[in-house]
Structure formats: structure tokens, C-alpha cells
Design a protein around this ligand. Structure first.
Ligand SMILES: Nc1ncnc2c1ncn2[C@@H]1O[C@H](COP(=O)(O)OP(=O)(O)OP(=O)(O)O)[C@@H](O)[C@H]1O
Length: 595
């Protein structure tokens, strides 16, 4: 009983998944009507297709024409047998050409709707993913997110294209042929319609099995993508330690999962065709038997039986396509769930900048701030005030929470207890866009994007003109090494800035921060990986960056510490509280609140 209820609920949820994307079709309702109109015209041409053949059978080849109203039309261009055959042949060609033209236009319109909708879904999912808080990205592997945006959106596209180019026209075809059979003779109609429930049941069963298999397959593929991305990110380490075999093994384990899920999908697909063939062959056998008896009893003509068999045959092809859709939709549904898994994650709300100064004075307050990453505590009861223009260095052992403190100022995370304030306003209440303009960050390793050196400097302020970029590059000592590059600041960088040394990348990071011209500068161990010479150069650049700004830095390097006007010591987590008090949580509850 419970199981049945759960299954029922799950099925309702599944329907909801597809329904949730309906809003994306609104801009294309006009196109949709046009596409349906074209499909109806195509359908009418398809319905006319067997009639010239039937007329030939009934009037030219000598069968009875009494029951076939269209035989008269055969004589339009002459009543000689040759003329009538030529008329029938021309009519067959004409209906095929008309049907083909409508098929082509209908396909273009309907496929276009599916393609456009899926592009919009992918764009929204990507935009939303980028705006999700760091806590989401911490728990989601990069490869997994990539796989969702690329592969899952691709599967949704396949489903939408199938919906518009196969499901709608297929249902229209099946319905029209069934109706035409009914119009020909109620017995034919009953046989045609009788096949449908069986076909529907086969489709439903396939969809249910296919959905489970597709969900397992997509999860396994997501894990594979995560594995590949992580290995390639760490490819230098892989080569340095020669551990390719280890990664081969991990890949093989994940691949096995994907293989089993893929095979399950194949099994579902393979069963579909024989079941369907059986159902439709039964229908045609019944039609031949009933139809043949009707011809023998002179209830209808041979030509009409030909038309009926042709209609039933024509019903089979869309029915097969429709049943094939069950697996496509099952995959689309599983992928839809994974995309909704992104779209349903809450982003921080957009806030107005009204009443905020263009430029903050630069005061920072930590008021009893504690921070947990999930259930892992990172910072405990920190009270600290940094006045405008001060340069504070946070020092302490590894894991004391120094980087976490900087991340809280930059608004990358929210404190689980207490508040971080900028000019007296809690960062959680500030609009993200405003906060990002007030805070510039130089990290331990500057990430460079594909593009030129100048593009990478301009990343912090896209509206900066060339002169401003060149000035930032000069002040951050980027020009010194850019002069030796083939195209200066216009030199294109390799992926993640390959071709530049660590110190050079840091100087580009400093130029970025300079161009941002923010009143608050955060330095997170910006010289930690550099040799003494590179460090001297980077510190030279940093001295220009920090002038007359509020600076909070973390560093273990004495040369950088010399730039600080004050140092604050953060203790190791288990040694208790920091200087000015605040309760120290021993653990964090799973919800992220300090215990
Ligand atoms: N994104 C994260 N997810 C989960 N735990 C994290 C994350 N970032 C940091 N931590 C944990 O929080 C604690 C504080 O880390 P943090 O990086 O702030 O320390 P730190 O003082 O800057 O250390 P270090 O001197 O080694 O850079 C550590 O125990 C760390 O493992």
C-alpha cells in the first residue's frame, strides 16, 4: 500500500518535472500554431495518398467501383485506361510532393521550437549556476556541474525536439488515420482504435523502466565527467607521480556503473520493437480477415480495402516513433530533474543600491563571527574592527580561519553566527553588485581566463578603456614582462594562463585589483608560491595597490607582513577563543549553525 502510494507520488513528480519547463514555450506559441497548421496540411495530403491507387484498382484493373466515390475523378483527363493510369500516377506524385513540402516546413518550425527552448533552458541553468553561493560549488564537483549544463541540457533538447517533431505530429497522424478508418467503415475503425491501448500500455511500461535506467545512467555519466575534470585539472600531479594507472582504475569503476545503466536502457529499448510489431501485426491480420470477408460479400470495394490497409500501415509508423519516444522522454525527464536540481537552488536575493554611497569608506567589523562549512567549524567568535586605511594582517596556524575571514568580507560565504559589517552595514544585507565593487581580492593563485593579457586585466572592470588598462598594467609591473611578449598586452594566453610564471600571474591579478579601484583590498597569501625575486616584484606592485585603501591580508611571509600596520592572531581551533571574546563553538550542527 505504502509502496503504491510512493510510486503514485513519484509518477506525479515525474510529470511535474516536464511541466515545470512549460514557461519556456510561451514565446513560441505563434510558431507552435504555425507548425501544427503545417502538420494538419501534411496529414490531409497523407490521407489522400492511397486514394489514386484505390481508384486504379477499382476502375482500371477491373475490380468493382460501386463503393469507391473517387473513381469518377480518374476520368478527369480522359477515360482511356492509359490516361486514367497516368492521372493516377500524377496524383500519387502530387500528393507525395505536397505532403513532403508540408513535412519539411513543419519539421523546421517544430524542431526550431525545441532547439530554441532548450537553448533558453541551458542559458538559464548556466546563469543560475554561476550565481549560486560558494557553499553549493564546494559540494558539487566541477565535472558534475559541467555534465549537467552540457549533457543534461542536450538530453532535454532531444526530448523537446521529439515532443514537437514526433509526439505532436505522431498523435495527430494516429488520431487522423483512426478517424479516417472509422469514416471508411466502422469495423475498420474499431480494429484501428483497438490497437491503441495496447501500444499505449507498451509505451507507459517502457517509460517507467526507461526513466529509472536513464536516471542511473545520467548519474554515472556525471560521476565520470567529474572524474575526468578532476584528473585533467591535476594532470601535472598525475604525470609527476606517474599515477595514470590509478586514474585508469577509478575511471574503469565509474565506467562500469555507466555501462550497466546504459545496458539497462538498451534492454528496455530492445523489448519495445517486438512487442509493438506483435500488436500491429495482430491489427493488420484482423483487418485483412474482416476486410477480405467484406469484399467477398460485396460490402465494400477492393480499392477501399487497399485504402484501409494503407491507413492502418500508416498508423504503425507514427506509433513506432511514439513508442521510441518513451525512452527519449525518460532520459529527458531524468535530465530535467538534474537541471531543476540547479534551478531550484536558492540564490541570494537581488537588493537595491538605493541609499548606498558609490564608494565605501572602508571600515570593516566582525561582531562575534563564527563560521561552519556544513558541519565543519572554521572560525569561532571573532570580534575585530579594521578602520578605513588600516592594513591588518591575520596570522595564525593553518586552519585557524584566516582565509575564511577574508571570504566573509568578500561576501563569498555567510557567517553562521554573528555579523560582518562594511561601514556599519551587514554584508548579508548588502547588494552583491555593490559589495563586489567595494572589495578587490588578490588570491594565492590568480586565475586567468582564455583571452589576452589586457582582457584578463579588464576582467575586474569591463568598461575600462585601453589607457586605464595600460596604467593598471604599468602600476602592477605587468608591462615589465609584457614588453617581452610577442604582442605585449594583446598577447593571447593559454588555458588558465599557461605561458606565464606564478609571479607574472600574480602581477596580472594585482593589475586587475588596481583597475577595480575598490576601497577595500583583500590579500590571501598572494606571494606564498613565489621565490624571493618574484616576491620582491609582486610586493613592489602590491605597495602601489594598497596605498590609501583598507587592507586585510593573510600571509606567512615576513616581507609581506612588513606592509601591515597591525597584526591579529587567530588561534588554532582547539586552543579556544580569540582575543576579544565571543562564544567558541566546539562543533557545528548539520544545518551549519554553531552548536
Ligand atoms: N570550502 C571549504 N569547505 C569545507 N571546509 C573548509 C573550506 N574552506 C576551509 N575549510 C576548513 O575551514 C577551516 C579553516 O580554513 P581556512 O582556509 O580559513 O584556514 P586558514 O587559516 O586560512 O589556513 P591556511 O593558513 O592553511 O591557509 C579548515 O579546517 C578548513 O579545512
Amino acid at each position: 500500500m505504502t509502496r503504491t502510494r510512493t510510486q503514485g507520488m513519484r509518477r506525479a513528480d515525474q510529470r511535474q518535472v516536464l511541466w515545470r519547463f512549460r514557461g519556456y514555450s510561451t514565446p513560441y506559441l505563434g510558431m507552435l500554431s504555425l507548425g501544427l497548421g503545417l502538420r494538419i496540411c501534411e496529414m490531409l495530403a497523407d490521407l489522400a495518398t492511397p486514394w489514386p491507387i484505390a481508384a486504379v484498382v477499382d476502375r482500371v484493373l477491373g475490380a468493382t467501383s460501386a463503393h469507391n466515390p473517387l473513381t469518377q475523378l480518374l476520368g478527369t483527363f480522359g477515360t482511356g485506361k492509359a490516361a486514367m493510369l497516368a492521372t493516377a500516377a500524377g496524383a500519387v506524385l502530387l500528393t507525395a510532393a505536397v505532403s513532403g513540402a508540408f513535412d519539411y516546413s513543419g519539421d523546421r518550425v517544430m524542431n526550431g521550437i525545441g532547439e530554441r527552448m532548450s537553448v533558453a533552458i541551458r542559458a538559464d541553468a548556466y546563469a543560475h549556476l554561476q550565481r549560486l553561493p560558494m557553499s553549493y560549488h564546494d559540494r558539487q564537483a566541477v565535472g558534475e556541474s559541467t555534465s549537467r549544463i552540457i549533457t543534461d541540457c542536450g538530453r532535454i533538447k532531444d526530448s523537446l525536439v521529439a515532443l514537437f517533431s514526433t509526439l505532436f505530429p505522431g498523435m495527430l497522424s494516429v488520431g487522423s488515420f483512426a478517424f479516417a478508418l472509422l469514416w471508411l467503415n466502422w469495423r475498420f475503425g474499431v480494429i484501428g482504435i483497438g490497437c491503441m491501448p495496447l501500444v499505449y500500455l507498451i509505451g507507459v511500461r517502457n517509460r517507467r523502466l526507461g526513466h529509472q535506467a536513464a536516471r542511473r545512467e545520467r548519474e554515472a555519466e556525471g560521476h565520470l565527467a567529474a572524474l575526468v575534470t578532476e584528473t585533467l585539472h591535476g594532470i601535472r600531479t598525475v604525470h609527476a607521480f606517474g599515477r595514470q594507472d590509478l586514474h585508469d582504475h577509478r575511471f574503469a569503476v565509474e565506467s562500469e556503473g555507466a555501462l550497466q545503466a546504459g545496458l539497462a536502457t538498451t534492454r528496455v529499448q530492445a523489448l519495445r520493437v517486438p512487442l509493438l510489431e506483435l500488436a500491429t501485426a495482430g491489427g493488420i491480420a484482423l483487418l485483412l480477415w474482416t476486410g477480405g470477408s467484406g469484399v467477398l460479400n460485396h460490402w465494400w470495394s477492393v480499392g477501399q480495402l487497399v485504402v484501409a490497409v494503407s491507413y492502418l500501415n500508416s498508423m504503425v509508423s507514427p506509433i513506432k516513433s511514439l513508442s521510441r519516444l518513451s525512452v527519449t522522454f525518460a532520459q529527458g525527464q531524468a535530465s530535467g530533474e538534474r537541471i531543476l536540481g540547479i534551478l531550484d537552488e536558492p540564490c541570494s536575493p537581488a537588493r537595491s543600491e538605493a541609499g548606498l554611497p558609490v564608494r565605501a569608506a572602508g571600515r570593516i567589523d566582525f561582531q562575534g563571527v563564527s563560521m561552519c562549512y556544513g558541519s565543519r567549524p572554521a572560525l569561532h567568535g571573532l570580534d575585530l574592527t579594521v578602520l578605513p586605511g588600516e592594513r591588518v594582517a591575520l596570522i595564525g596556524p593553518n586552519g585557524a580561519g584566516k582565509s575564511t575571514s577574508l571570504a566573509l568580507i568578500a561576501g563569498l560565504y555567510q557567517a553562521t553566527h554573528g555579523s560582518v559589517l562594511i561601514d556599519g552595514r551587514a554584508t548579508t544585507e548588502l547588494p552583491e553588485t555593490w559589495l563586489h565593487r567595494q572589495v578587490a581580492v588578490v588570491l594565492q593563485d590568480t586565475y586567468l581566463f582564455p583571452g589576452t593579457l589586457a582582457d584578463n586585466i579588464r576582467y575586474s572592470r569591463p568598461d575600462a578603456d585601453d589607457a586605464e588598462v595600460a596604467e593598471a598594467a604599468r602600476a602592477a609591473l605587468v608591462t615589465d614582462f609584457a614588453l617581452h611578449l610577442p604582442d605585449g598586452l594583446a598577447t593571447r594566453l593559454g588555458a588558465r594562463g599557461t605561458g606565464l610564471s606564478g609571479g607574472q600571474r600574480q602581477r596580472v591579478g594585482i593589475a586587475r585589483a588596481m583597475l577595480a579601484d575598490a576601497p577595500i583590498v583583500l590579500l590571501d597569501e598572494p606571494t606564498s608560491g613565489l621565490d624571493a625575486h618574484a616576491e620582491r616584484l609582486v610586493i613592489g606592485a602590491l605597495e602601489r595597490l594598497v596605498a590609501s585603501r583598507t587592507v586585510v591580508m593573510t600571509t606567512h611571509r615576513p616581507a609581506l607582513l612588513d606592509m601591515a600596520t597591525r597584526t591579529v592572531h587567530l588561534p588554532a581551533r582547539d586552543t579556544g577563543r580569540r582575543t576579544t571574546g565571543g562564544r567558541v563553538p566546539d562543533a557545528c550542527l548539520p544545518g551549519g549553525r554553531p552548536a
